[in-house]
Write a protein that binds this ligand. Structure first.
Ligand SMILES: Cc1cc2nc3c(=O)[nH]c(=O)nc-3n(C[C@H](O)[C@H](O)[C@H](O)COP(=O)(O)O)c2cc1C
Length: 316
């Protein structure tokens, strides 16, 4: 799959997820075949004013290339400035603009899905940012209540210079209780010339195949199903290539992946209690007695005690 001049070695992408897709986790997903990984969403003003939190979210490593950085912002001016800075300092292979985040504190600032109220502003942002940097600029959007509005907006983004579009097939008011509407992605794909990446509820081999067949999209973006389960990229990739299912990872391999996450985070100076706790809980999903393990992990007050709980899984 190509995104502008960027050639990817596959069509499975890891979704940007705030507080989740840190460097250690992105590298695990890459190991299992994710063709492109993104930073967590970073705020344009945070980039401009060099907030420590923002900088820690951009920290990257050469071994994770190709990498995307996702920006959120409310104006073309701040997003353009942030994109220039990000390109100068971190040289990402791609810059993505978030037009879909429905989280209240993001929308309140006029960012994320708040921008969907003004497709013209979305197009202005796309035009200005893609004109300012040499990396391809893409957008991640949610859909509108009506297909006409969705098609009108995606067309404007393509005309404004978007190199690809990721469509999370839910409206900004729908939470995860609603199934993603993959038919909308098909209509977007039929309408556009740029690559379209499908997103929403791609959580297993058959879902991946169904979405590809149904939408004819160019890429698949996987979010929640990768939590604690980066191996999903290998499973889905293998199935799409051979039509055969791989066995799930054994418990000890799952725990090994968690410790690899911890080691990588440590190596890059990113080890922190909150992230270790969050990932430890996800890596116990699907393990027998997982609920009890998560209760124990929740109660632990430092990283070493959480690691002890994770080690105990393999001793049992
Ligand atoms: C914890 C969490 C954090 C997320 N953060 C972001 C984000 O920073 N940027 C973004 O574009 N989408 C974000 N999303 C949305 C996902 O990228 C994705 O669009 C959504 O989860 C649907 O895909 P899925 O069904 O494969 O999970 C987030 C989702 C979750 C669950």
């Amino acid at each position: 799959m190509h995104i502008g001049p960027l050639k990817l070695k596959g069509n499975l992408l890891l979704a940007p997820m705030a507080d989740v897709t840190d460097l250690g986790f992105r590298l695990l997903c890459k190991k299992y075949g994710a063709a492109l990984v993104y930073s967590e969403m970073v705020d344009a003003d945070g980039v401009i004013f060099r907030s420590n939190k923002t900088i820690s979210r951009i920290v990257s490593a050469e071994e994770e290339r190709p990498k995307g950085i996702q920006l959120s912002g409310s104006s073309a001016k701040s997003l353009e400035q942030a994109a220039r800075l990000v390109e100068e300092q971190y040289s990402p292979d791609l810059i993505d603009i978030n037009f879909g985040c429905p989280v209240r504190h993001i929308v309140k600032k006029g960012c994320g899905s708040a921008l969907m109220k003004s497709p013209q502003l979305m197009a202005d942002i796309m035009r200005q940012v893609s004109g300012a940097v040499s990396a391809p600029v893409t957008a991640k959007i949610r859909v509108y209540d009506t297909i006409d509005r969705t098609l009108e907006t995606v067309q404007m983004l393509e005309d404004a210079g978007a190199s690809a579009l990721t469509v999370h097939a839910r409206t900004r008011h729908q939470n995860y209780a609603h199934r993603a509407d993959w038919d909308v992605i098909r209509m977007v794909k039929e309408d556009l010339c740029i690559p379209v990446i499908a997103n929403g509820d791609i959580d297993c081999e058959t879902a991946a195949q169904t979405v590809l067949e149904k939408t004819r999209c160019d890429g698949l973006m996987i979010g929640r199903a990768a939590l604690g389960n980066p191996y999903i990229f290998r499973r889905i990739g293998y199935f799409l290539e051979t039509g055969k299912l791989l066995e799930p990872l054994g418990v000890s391999e799952q725990v090994e992946d968690f410790f690899e996450y911890v080691e990588t985070s440590d190596k890059y100076g990113l080890l922190d209690y909150a992230s270790v706790k969050l990932h430890a809980k996800w890596f116990t999903r699907g393990i027998e007695g997982g609920r009890l393990l998560r209760i124990k992990i929740n109660a632990e007050k430092d990283i070493n005690s959480i690691l002890e709980v994770m080690l105990s899984i393999c001793r049992e």
